[in-house]
Design a protein around this ligand. Structure first.
Ligand code: HEM
Length: 102
């Protein structure tokens, strides 16, 4: 490997994209069909405009809009390809809250 390649590899490995951090309060503001965010396993997904195309029905999205949908997502009988689609909707992760020190 050339020196240039090695430098490039070293650099690109440190370019791991950090996910944008959102608070639960921020996610909770996005609850309409056209502007709909959901939390699944600590990650934040933007499903704006998707509800009506969801093969499992739109209602489930309106029910969990702006909230943590981890349980309902994991309990649903999704075909394996759905997991592969999730990254297209990923916009960030939940801010890790500092434990209170009292
Ligand atoms: C917040 C995210 C999601 C939740 C909470 C959710 C929930 C559900 C639920 C409750 C069902 C009904 C089946 C059951 O009760 O087991 C379902 C079905 C389905 N969902 Fe989702 N879903 C989500 C995201 C997605 C995404 C992103 C896709 C595809 C890109 C997808 C594709 C499907 C498909 C294909 C079915 C039909 C499964 C079948 O009946 O064969 N879902 N989903």
């Amino acid at each position: 490997m050339s020196k240039l390649c090695r430098q490039y590899n070293q650099k690109s490995s440190s370019f791991k994209k950090a996910l944008h951090q959102y608070t639960k309060e921020e996610v909770a503001k996005h609850t309409t069909d056209k502007d709909l965010w959901v939390i699944i396993s600590g990650k934040v997904y933007n499903f704006s405009g998707y509800a009506k195309s969801h093969p499992g029905g739109a209602d489930v999205f309106f029910d969990c809009a702006g909230k943590d949908a981890t349980e309902i997502y994991e309990d649903s009988e999704h075909p394996a390809w759905v997991e592969g689609q999730m990254s297209f909707y990923l916009i960030g992760e939940l801010t890790v809250e500092e434990p209170e020190t009292t």
